[in-house]
Structure formats: structure tokens, C-alpha cells
Design a protein around this ligand. Structure first.
Ligand code: G3P
Length: 213
């Protein structure tokens, strides 16, 4: 499973990159809005830092305007991919971008049917939002599992990118199901390495070593 960082903060991205596990970055309008300065400069900086795909979302809601934004977004860096919400207009946009050879990440996916349509339209990545489904009392991981099954059934080439990952168990379950990628906030990435037995074991090794005669 590829690991992406869900952040637009360059310091967080550098911190995650230093761990050697980050293969891409996902941003969204909320994450970019938190950062001071020109968003294009921020994205350019992120794209220099990370070799893999960096998702940048369109803000327009109609296909013509989405395509105009996508034209600007792809000029920022060669590893930028265009994030498009799964609406009727978004699907049209994804289909046109596929014809133009532009990589896309279909976002705000909450059902297997939306995921199937996004895959048919030619999205490179399809991003189901696990945490936000859990928030409304649904089972986000079940949606990932269903999408994985459907994509396998029909040999669809779109990659499943588990998004809205809120804790380490979401990450673990996504990996167990065979999700192609998961995007995680830095807090979850750092939690992945923690285990009390590692801390206890390390403390014991150090104590035993210092007691050595
Ligand atoms: O980038 C999209 C997604 O990961 C957002 O997560 O926690 O705001 O639902 P969250």
C-alpha cells in the first residue's frame, strides 16, 4: 500500500518524508486554506519535496470551469494530479482529462456506485472518505472493501486511495483489504510507529546494558 500524506504543510511534509515512507501527498481546499501565502507556490514547493503524485483539487463546480482550473493546476509541476469531486460535472471533467492524458483523483467518494462511475470515467485514483462515513454512523471500511471487490470483479485499473483516515486501525484495515494507497494526516503517521512494548523493551535493553560490569 502506498502511503500519502494528507497535508499542505511543508514542515509536516518534510517531517514525514524524513521517515522514508511517503510516496505522495494529497491536499484539499480546507488543507491549503490553512497555509499562509500563494497556494501555487505552496504546491510547487510540495511537488519539489515529493517525487510521487501530489493531488490538488479544483474549486469550480461546473465542468468547463473545472477543466480551465485543471489546465492551470497541471502547469504547476509534472507530478501534480487533479483532484475532482464525484459529481455529474466532476465525472464529465474526469472523462475529458482522461482523454487528454491528465491524471485525476476522484474525491468525496462515499459509495461503491460513485467509485465505479469514477473508475469508468477514467480516474487514476478513487478516494473513499472512511472517517466521514464513520462520522455519520456508516461503516467506512466496508465501503473500501466493496469498492475493492467491484474493481477486482471487472479488472478496473483505478487505484483505491483510502482517505479521511482518522486512526491507526483505519490504516491497518485499509492495508489488510489491499487498498492501493492510503492518505494519512501526520498525527496518524506518527502514531503508526508507537507501541508500548517497543518503549518498554528499549528501556529494558538500555537498563540492562548500563548494569553491565
Ligand atoms: O483529503 C481528504 C480527506 O483525507 C479528508 O479527511 O479527516 O477531513 O475527513 P477528513
Amino acid at each position: 500500500m502506498k502511503i500519502f500524506l494528507d497535508s499542505a504543510n511543508i514542515e509536516q511534509i518534510r517531517q514525514a518524508k524524513a521517515l522514508g515512507a511517503i510516496e505522495g501527498v494529497t491536499t484539499n481546499p480546507s488543507l491549503l486554506a490553512r497555509e499562509k501565502g500563494d497556494w501555487k507556490k505552496i504546491v510547487r514547493q510540495i511537488c519539489k519535496e515529493i517525487d510521487g503524485p501530489v493531488s490538488v483539487e479544483v474549486l469550480a463546480t461546473d465542468s468547463v470551469a473545472m477543466l480551465a482550473e485543471a489546465r492551470d493546476i497541471v502547469k504547476i509541476a509534472p507530478n501534480v494530479i487533479v483532484k475532482v469531486p464525484v459529481t455529474l460535472e466532476g465525472l464529465k471533467t474526469i472523462a475529458v482529462l482522461r482523454e487528454r492524458g491528465v491524471e485525476t483523483n476522484a474525491t468525496l467518494v462515499f459509495s461503491p456506485n460513485q467509485a465505479l462511475l469514477a473508475a469508468k470515467a477514467g480516474a487514476s485514483f478513487v478516494s473513499p472518505f472512511v472517517g466521514r462515513l464513520d462520522d455519520i454512523g456508516q461503516d467506512g471500511m466496508q465501503v473500501i472493501e466493496d469498492i475493492m471487490t467491484i474493481f477486482r470483479n471487472y479488472d478496473l485499473p483505478s487505484q483505491v486511495l483510502a482517505a479521511s483516515i482518522r486512526h491507526t486501525n483505519h490504516f491497518f484495515q485499509a492495508a489488510l483489504l489491499g487498498a492501493d494507497a492510503a492518505t494519512v494526516p501526520l498525527s496518524v503517521l506518527l502514531d503508526l510507529v508507537k507501541h508500548p512494548l517497543t518503549d518498554i523493551g528499549l528501556a529494558k535493553f538500555l537498563a540492562d546494558w548500563s548494569a553491565k560490569e
